[in-house]
Design a protein around this ligand. Structure first.
Ligand code: ZN
Length: 283
């Protein structure tokens, strides 16, 4: 099942590619607000599967700027160094355990639009984003996918100068400028994939492919991330996990390369779709 945030309302995309406003189609049984839907996720999915979208318009007629972020997290987790080729380009060791930071919620954004660059050292990180459908503590690896509402495309935009300043890395702050956590355009339930642990992902700058990876190469696959996080924190319905980026980021290049005003960044995950952002200058 494919869902989206269209004009701030939870929307189902039917197999015929029609858009159905879930709240309107269920006579208000579910809120139009996405953040209020995750607490009743299993019930929502059951009802949404019966909606056919007669008389609805095709998703291709929805304006890109209408799409918002399809998640509404109370907590955002992000995993660093989760692909060995990315750890190598960052000249860092592959970790023995999860490397975890957050992106503050004010950095969340939709899948299309502009991102203001606060400096000349902003880097790209295409990532698979996982959105929790059920919460829990001490979730077992083998049960983990059943706790997931869906996956989406994410960009973990990163201001490298701030990130690397000082004696300890400032991951969370340096990755939380406005617009630095775009997600979308669709939230796709795990059952839509033949193997949700093997999805191609990457990104392009001005048409040039700069990252090309596969989630099968994660050091800690999604079930291990969920088990590892929930060994400590209680995960809540709607929570977001940025699962790490493959190689090809700008800081690992010789010489380093960063995003510039006018650049178009296109990020994709197989079976989900692509996001498209234009960079503007704010410094
Ligand atoms: Zn990242």
């Amino acid at each position: 099942m494919r869902l989206a945030n269209i004009a701030g309302r939870l929307t189902l995309i039917t197999p015929a590619q029609l858009v159905v406003d879930v709240s309107a189609a269920t006579d208000g049984r579910f809120s139009h607000r996405i953040d209020e839907c995750f607490d009743r996720w299993d019930e929502l999915i059951e009802i949404a599967a019966t909606l056919e979208g007669e008389g609805s318009k095709p998703v291709t007629e929805v304006l890109p700027e209408s799409f918002g972020n399809p998640a509404a997290p109370r907590q955002i987790f992000a995993i660093g160094l989760n692909y060995s080729d990315h750890a190598a380009e960052a000249s860092l060791a592959v970790p023995d355990d999860l490397t975890v930071f957050t992106k503050f919620a004010s950095a969340l954004a939709g899948p299309y639009g502009q991102v203001e660059l606060p400096s000349s050292t902003v880097d790209w990180e295409a990532e698979l984003v996982v959105v929790m459908g059920r919460g829990g503590n001490k979730i077992a690896v083998e049960d983990a996918w059943s706790y997931v509402a869906g996956v989406s495309v994410g960009q973990d935009l990163s201001e490298r100068t701030l990130q690397l300043a000082g004696p300890a890395p400032q991951y969370s702050l340096a990755k939380s400028f406005p617009g630095f956590a775009p997600i979308g355009p669709f939230l796709v339930t795990p059952d839509e994939f033949r193997n949700p642990d093997s999805l191609a992902l990457g990104c392009f700058i001005n048409g040039e492919q700069v990252q090309r990876g596969n989630t099968a190469d994660m050091v800690f696959p999604v079930p291990e991330i969920i088990a590892g996080l929930s060994r400590v924190a209680t995960l809540l319905p709607g929570d977001v996990i940025f699962t790490g980026t493959p190689s090809g980021v700008g800081v690992g290049r010789v010489p380093p390369r960063f995003l510039a005003a006018g650049d178009e960044l296109v990020s994709y995950v197989e079976g989900v779709g692509e996001m498209r952002h234009q960079m503007t200058k704010a410094y």
